[in-house]
Ligand binder design. Structure first.
Ligand code: URA
Length: 444
């Protein structure tokens, strides 16, 4: 095929299926067809599966990421006149750290233009959580995005028709075609959004463990290196922190319940189940403060980040951003009171012992099936679906104590998640050693 001959999407699919390296023109033409909707969903799904099976070369990955990044408008952050830094996670269960980190970074005088995602596979999505705040808008124009950041230091929005539209479409299809767990598709998805933000610095939280998309440490490390190379290759100072995801982070997993947990932490409400979430958030924020040049090391940044959580300055920023994006902050006064699930059920421990293990992906799926995730691409999610964990791995458990509380907006959805949780949560006489929360930091 000559460079000027038209490219048919079926050829792109067949080439990838058969292990032929795709040309830049093929990749760019396919992404253009995704965005202008000239390529059917079936064909897009087929290419996603072919990429899932065959992988991408370094060049193919760089081209796919770039084509997705430029599939719409890109944010010009230079007018902000500040160092712009963001963090993104590869996806976890109960991971609401963005809601703590972005306001910390803004309180430290840096700018965080955050483009987030929706629930994907068994993991939750920041946008679905934020949209449980009455009135909160996650779809802003780039002009409005810039205005919110200029006013309060950060903004949290989603991909739109104009902003990284290719990722919006591919992300939703991956969620429904069993093609989420590809390091190449994850890298292109995350890095296209992050590079479209015009960032100076980026901190990636790469999860590893039973609740991560990459289950083995080696695969997580490989994903981290792919993303760090992509970021650095595009002129963004990029650091990846590998963190353990063997149990839900913090106390709650779901939609509103995760916002509730963050409001509590931002307002200084103490709870023993919040400790790991706070620790992770200040480690990641510490790296962001270091990259942004406002702390002399990531360690010093971590101490400063904790101070901004504790002195209320991060909360002030969170309230300001919420108001600017149309959210009703009166619900923050009583987040527990605003939580209105239609049905609740409590899973009790059936023996004494230690909380010894769980398949955290299965826990994530249980949360999704309570209604926190979507049944169809673009469909609704239930604001008040989720779970509350009552113990952490390694904790002593007494027979009859609550292990997990389940919340749903539809009582008929309780049975399956209850069974999934009962089957996956292990109480035993002994407990295996717990992995440290932060495993490794990867810089170029
Ligand atoms: N977050 C994203 O934005 N994309 C992925 O593929 C995984 C996590």
């Amino acid at each position: 095929m000559s460079d000027t001959s038209p490219i048919h999407p079926i050829d792109v699919i067949l080439h990838k299926r058969d292990g032929v390296e795709l040309s830049d023109a093929e990749i760019r033409s396919f992404v253009a067809g995704v965005v202008d909707e000239s390529i059917s969903q079936a064909r897009i799904a087929a290419l996603l599966m072919a990429i899932f099976q065959r992988g991408l070369s370094a060049r193919e990955l760089a081209t796919l990421t770039d084509a997705m990044r430029r599939s719409g408008e890109v944010f010009d952050s230079t007018s902000l006149g500040k160092f712009t830094v963001d963090k993104h996670s590869t996806g976890g269960v109960g991971d609401k750290s963005s809601l703590l980190i972005a306001p910390i970074v803004a309180a430290a005088g840096l700018a965080d233009p955050m483009i987030s995602g929706r629930s994907l596979g068994h993991t939750g999505g920041t946008l679905d959580k934020l949209e449980t705040i009455p009135g909160f808008k996650t779809q802003l124009t780039l002009k409005q995005f810039g205005e919110v950041i200029a006013a309060c230091g950060f903004s949290m929005i989603g991909q739109t028709k104009n902003l990284v539209p290719a990722d919006r479409i591919l992300y939703a299809l991956r969620d429904h075609t069993g093609t989420v767990e590809s390091p190449y598709l994850i890298t292109a998805s995350i890095m296209s959004k992050k590079l479209a933000e015009g960032l100076n610095g980026l901190v990636l939280d790469v999860k590893t463990g039973s609740g991560a998309f990459m289950k083995t440490y080696e695969d997580s490390e490989r994903l981290a290196r792919l993303m760090v190379d992509t970021g650095e290759g595009n002129g963004t100072r990029t650091v990846a922190v590998l963190t353990t995801m063997d149990e839900p982070l913090g106390r709650f997993s779901g939609n509103w319940v995760e916002v509730w947990e963050c409001i509590d932490i931002l307002r200084g409400v103490q709870h023993p189940m919040y400790a790991d979430l706070i620790k992770l958030s200040v480690v990641l924020a510490g790296w962001m403060l270091f990259l942004g040049g406002v702390s002399e090391s990531a360690e010093v940044g971590k101490v400063r980040a904790l101070a901004m959580l504790e002195d209320g300055s991060a909360y002030e920023k969170f309230v300001a951003m919420t108001k600017l994006q149309g959210g009703d902050v009166s619900v923050f006064d009583d987040p527990a009171g605003f939580h209105k699930p239609a049905a609740i059920s409590v899973l009790m421990a059936d023996r004494d012992g230690y909380l010894a293990g769980m398949d955290c992906t299965e826990v994530g799926w249980a949360v999704q099936r309570l209604g926190a995730g979507r049944e169809l691409p673009g469909g609704p999610v239930a604001a008040h679906a989720g779970i509350e964990m009552h113990a952490k791995l390694g904790d002593r458990i007494t027979k009859g104590q609550p292990l997990v509380t389940l919340f749903t907006e539809d009582a008929s959805l309780l049975e399956l998640p209850e069974r999934m949780l009962r089957e996956t949560i292990v109480i035993a006489d002994t407990t295996p050693p717990k992995m440290p929360l932060v495993r490794q930091v990867i810089e170029r």
